[in-house]
Design a protein around this ligand. Structure first.
Ligand code: BDR
Ligand code: CA
Length: 309
């Protein structure tokens, strides 16, 4: 089968970085048309630079990186550096990448690529706030025609939130953008904390990854080790959740996830529950959205180990 055309919209971020390494290591399955970056875990300037750093580690400088929105649509900007380190890459030091971002911006790239694409042909993986996607759909409503599906990391239902009691970070960071995207009627698969908290590192899983020799595997392990430290400090859990890698794992092996049709809407009005995802399985009308409910964590780690080997 021909590789699936894909755009990855991200805010690296240590777990975004692992997601990118996984995607870069699957050229037979994923044709990455471009990486678009957005402010989220750290500033827009840093997320763009980090995408270029990770691209260099993966030796995939054939893939263009486009810098995008550096603030949310309406909400006050916020970052999550305490979960990702001041530089967004776990405070690890990497050589400056030889190649930088493209001149065109992320929103223009998304709009033009999707508008010119064959109908329903391009998948979009989103591992950060949904600002770029909302801006592209607003600037070019006809761009929607090119979207095959959006697979995103975001939201929380049964798990509760990780940034407030009821909200997950990516949705909280730009709730208005998230609401616009969920309301678009496009086919969306949302993998929120309900599934990503099921996919955690443990000693056996890390030992297998750390035994791999490739530079991309070594970098992924450094990011995951940092993730384990902050998860223990800030959330009191053993094991780093693989939030963003879940999106790429889903695209590579959807059978390792269980999803259910749902209506999904985002709270934008209340300060108290900003970014809460209201996920309703009792459908009042057919929905193109699906909500992740279960993941086979062993299968996801097996996939990652085979791909990063
Ligand atoms: C999400 O928020 C970010 O901090 C992570 O990169 C992930 O995308 C998890 O809530
Ligand atoms: Ca992210």
């Amino acid at each position: 089968m021909a590789p699936r055309p894909l755009i990855i919209d991200c805010d690296p971020g240590v777990d975004d970085a692992v997601a990118l390494l996984l995607a870069f290591s699957a050229p037979d399955a994923l044709e990455i048309l471009g990486i678009t970056t957005v402010a989220g875990n750290v500033s827009g300037a840093l997320t763009a630079q980090n995408a270029c750093i990770v691209r260099a580690i993966a030796e995939r400088e054939d893939v263009p990186v486009f810098a995008g929105a550096d603030r949310p649509l309406l909400a006050e900007a916020m970052e999550a550096g305490h979960f990702h380190g001041r530089n967004g890459l776990g405070d690890l030091e990497f050589p400056a990448p030889g190649k930088g971002v493209e001149q065109a911006g992320a929103v223009a790239f998304l709009a033009e690529t999707l508008r010119a694409a064959a109908p329903a042909s391009i998948s979009i993986a989103v591992t950060g706030p949904l600002t770029n996607i909302a801006l592209a759909l607003r600037a070019a409503p006809d761009a929607a025609q090119g979207v095959r599906e959006i697979v995103l990391m975001g939201g929380a239902r049964s798990e509760g939130g990780n940034i407030t009691a009821s909200a997950e970070f990516n949705i909280y960071a730009d709730p208005h953008a998230a609401q616009m995207v969920f309301a678009s009627g496009l086919p969306i698969t949302a993998l929120g904390l309900d599934v990503t908290h099921q996919i955690r590192t443990n000693p056996a899983r890390m030992a297998r990854l750390e035994a791999l020799g490739a530079a991309r595997a070594r970098a992924a392990c450094q990011f995951l080790r940092f993730g384990e430290r902050v998860e223990r400090e800030h959330a009191g859990h053993d094991g780093a959740p693989l939030h963003d890698p879940a999106v790429i794992a889903y695209l590579l092996a959807p059978e390792t996830f269980e999803t259910a049709a749902a209506e999904i809407a985002v709270e934008t009005e209340s300060a108290l529950t900003r970014g809460h995802t209201a996920v309703e399985f009792r459908l009042s009308k057919p929905s193109a959205a699906r909500w992740g409910v279960r993941a086979d964590a062993d299968a996801v780690f097996d996939l990652i180990a085979r791909r990063l080997a």
